[in-house]
Design a protein around this ligand. Structure first.
Ligand SMILES: [Zn+2]
Length: 311
């Protein structure tokens, strides 16, 4: 702990720096990070002089202060530094996690250290999902195994990128989700496939191997798929169903694929990009109609081959 003179000197120095900052604020040049530095220096001086905060001030009280602060700013971005100050504890990030996982508050994390409370009311189903995420996170195996387990436990439910990163224990867990989709054919919708989803939200539709996605869908870039789905109003152009209609009729496995009207599977990869990605050649189909259409095209091709051989 520092001597009284040290602390007093440090405070006077900070006072002078605060004075400079005040000038810069007045002239409109100051930015937020300058405040952060001075606030941190002030807290450091407090710590040097008085030591750590007494135990009694930790725990639930800090969590309640964080919640109160977030609730007063619903929908607004709040910097982690503010939460640290409000809570007065070093483990404030853990308390934010508890608000999510144990209490079901929808606290979004934006970037490294910015948070946003989305709604004043906690969501119990969400809390359960986070609880499950917490359990899955502690399972052995690699990141992909844990993501699989979490998605399988949430078939038909929306899960967030944040949850996926959390259970996978890696940043970029969403990249593993894309691999599951593109390499293993898991039918996982994102905001590209489904209007009800926001960016960073995913939904696994089925674990049945029969519902695996057409592996060639990976050939179409996301922006192209989105363009085609949007053009076709997210509606299968054969059966006329969209997700809402399919769900109402009890088909929860419904999802969309891009179908190439001209080329069939084994020709698609060889096709020049411009031809492959020509929107006029592409149409939105549901997965089951896509299977049927592909089968039809293949039968036609076999028949043509046979008649060519007969000539
Ligand atoms: Zn269909």
């Amino acid at each position: 702990m520092s001597t009284l003179e040290d602390s007093a000197q440090r405070l006077r120095q900070l006072a002078a720096e605060l004075g400079h900052l005040a000038d810069r604020v007045e002239s409109g040049d100051a930015d937020r990070s300058e405040f952060d530095v001075l606030v941190a220096a002030l807290l450091g001086t407090q710590h040097d002089r008085f030591g750590p905060r007494p135990r009694a001030a930790r725990g639930e009280g800090a969590k309640a202060r964080i919640l109160g602060y977030l609730k007063a700013r619903i929908g607004e971005e709040v910097h982690g530094e503010e939460l640290r100050l409000v809570s007065g504890i070093q483990e404030w990030a853990r308390r934010v996690r508890e608000l999510r996982v144990e209490d079901g508050y929808e606290v979004a994390q934006i970037g490294r250290s910015t948070y946003r409370l989305e709604s004043e009311v906690p969501d119990k189903a969400r809390a359960q999902q986070w609880e499950l995420a917490n359990k899955t996170r502690r399972q052995p195996g690699n990141a992909r195994d844990r993501i699989k387990a979490f998605l399988e436990a949430n078939v038909g439910q929306m899960v967030t990128r944040e949850q996926i990163d959390y259970v996978s224990r890696i940043a970029e867990g969403s990249r593993r989700v894309r691999e599951l989709r593109d390499e293993e054919g898991w039918p996982i919708n994102s905001h590209i496939d489904e209007q009800a989803l926001e960016p960073g939200e995913y939904r696994l539709l089925s674990t049945d191997p029969a519902d695996r996605r057409d592996p060639l869908q990976r050939l179409y870039p996301d922006d192209l798929r989105e363009r085609i789905f949007e053009r076709d109003a997210y509606t299968c152009q054969v059966c006329g169903r969209d997700r809402e209609k399919a769900e109402k009729a009890g088909d929860t496995r419904f999802y969309l694929e891009v179908h190439h009207k001209v080329a069939i599977a084994d020709e698609l990869e060889a096709l020049p990009l411009a031809e492959r990605n020509e929107p006029a050649n592409l149409v939105t189909l549901c997965h089951s109609d896509h299977l049927r259409e592909t089968e039809k095209l293949q039968r036609g091709k076999r028949a043509r081959r046979r008649s060519a051989q007969a000539d």
